[in-house]
Design a protein around this ligand. Structure first.
Ligand code: S3P
Length: 438
């Protein structure tokens, strides 16, 4: 990853064209990790090119898993293919060094769950941002199952001392797909029935992936139950495009008059597409078509065209379904809309404190933002002037500031733009290809 890259964005007239986005980050992590716990060789195409999903592969290698990576087809080399030689349940080898999860919270929390059932000690560490993020949310349930942990105040470096576990029935206090997944991955390797109750539904890629690999789960209402020691069998699968990455083109199209963007081969899992409903609610024209379903994951096309934007209000029930999309929605609001978000305290413990960094960045571009403990209010009455917002190492903020810059009256320099590599290394090339000045 380049360091301290500045990206210069000049205002544009509109965006248009067809685009494919990188393979879904959440699904890529899960296919790789669950493939490693299965028997046989798992082959994944269109694996996410982002740094986070590379961290997952590095951690697997360190646990004795054979992983092979090949570039994608000539016209999309970044759409890499990954082969994982499964080692079966509890099949990881004790690592001879710490695991480095880089910037990836998903890697850390999912591996904590998978490793809780392995009878050895593993230490996971990560970059400065990841070392600030809370891990008690997985330590608590996994400790109840019988794993032991060493950490300072629930932060990385985190040592997981795994053992034979006993099942739990658990209701996470924060709606989090990562916490749910950690418990299910531990439960999968624990005799008996482990149950997670969700207060608010979160993305269900772990449940779908476990079923695809041959495990049977009981899902009823907000509860998911897994019976341990079900053997998993390798799969072949193509990862659909990541809706959280597509969000940036969707909001650019919604914000700029005359825009018309179609995103192809996109994941359309119902737990991930609240953004498109919100865009339609705000006044954009949105058409969605499912073309296929693979391993339980629908994929298809979404076309977004500009429409006059109405003010938007998002509350606690909306937030889990849009948690990664809020920075982009804020960028849209700067283009003449208005956005009020509450019940989103979780944003403060993401790759950055996304409430204060987002407010600081948009203010640096001439925006009017009021910060709350659990959200913010952003008013787009007058056009942003442009400026030099700092992404503070957060990929989604780097992309949100770039998109906001498209509708500003002057140029924007996004500081720390290299952060896009975490999920979307080709972001700026794709942006250049979508810009229209006619
Ligand atoms: C993810 C879950 C979400 C999301 C993150 C990816 C996942 O985090 O913000 O980018 O793949 O499970 P939480 O589970 O902490 O809400």
């Amino acid at each position: 990853m380049a360091s301290a890259l500045e990206a210069r964005i000049t205002p544009v007239r509109r965006v248009a064209g067809q685009v494919r986005v990188p393979g879904d980050k959440s699904i890529s992590h899960r296919y790789a990790l669950i493939g490693a716990l299965a028997t046989g060789t798992t082959r994944i195409t269109n694996y996410s090119p982002g740094g986070d999903c590379s961290s997952t592969l590095d951690c697997l290698r360190r646990l004795g898993v054979a992983v092979h990576v090949q570039p994608g087809p000539a016209d999309r080399p970044s759409a890499r293919s990954v082969t994982i030689e499964g080692r079966g349940l509890r099949g990881f080898q004790a690592p001879d060094r710490d695991l480095d999860a880089g910037n990836s919270g998903t890697t850390t929390r999912l591996f904590a769950g998978a490793l809780a059932a392995h009878p050895f000690a593993t230490t996971i560490t990560g970059d400065e941002s990841l070392r600030r993020r809370p891990m008690k949310r997985v330590i608590e349930p996994l400790s109840r199952m019988g794993a032991r942990f060493e950490s300072t105040n629930g932060s990385l470096p985190l040592t997981i001392i795994g053992s034979s576990l006993t099942p739990v029935e658990y209701t996470p206090t924060v709606p989090s797909a990562q916490v749910k997944s950690a418990i299910l991955l531990a439960g999968l390797q624990t005799p008996g029935r482990t149950v997670v109750h969700e207060i608010v539904p979160t993305r269900d890629h772990t449940e779908l992936a476990l079923s695809a690999f041959g495990a049977s789960l009981d899902r009823a209402g907000g509860s998911i139950a897994v019976t341990g020691n079900q053997p998993l069998t390798a799969i072949q699968g193509a990862v659909p495009g990541d809706p959280s990455s597509a969000t940036f083109w969707a909001v650019a199209a919604a914000s700029l008059p005359g825009s018309d963007v179609e995103i192809l081969d996109l994941g359309l899992n119902s737990s991930r597409i609240a953004l498109f409903d919100v865009l339609a609610r705000a006044g954009a024209k949105v058409e969605r078509t499912v073309d296929a379903v693979e391993h339980g994951e629908p994929r298809g096309r979404v076309r977004i065209r500009h429409g006059a934007l109405q003010p938007l209000t998002l509350g606690p029930d909306d937030v889990p379904g849009l948690i990664d999309e809020i920075p982009a929605l804020a960028a849209m609001a700067t283009a003449g809309g208005e956005l009020t978000v509450t019940g989103a305290g979780e944003l403060r413990v993401k790759e950055s404190d996304r409430i204060s960094a987002l407010a600081a960045g948009f203010r640096a571009m001439g925006g009017e933002v009021e910060e709350y403990a659990d959200g913010f209010h952003l008013r787009g009455r007058s056009r942003l002037t442009g400026g030099a917002p700092d992404a503070v190492g957060d990929h989604r903020l780097a992309m949100a500031f770039a998109i906001a810059g498209l509708a500003a009256s002057g140029p924007t320099t996004v500081r720390g733009a290299e952060a896009v590599d975490v999920s979307y290394p080709e972001f700026f090339e794709t942006l250049a290809a979508l810009v229209r000045e006619d």
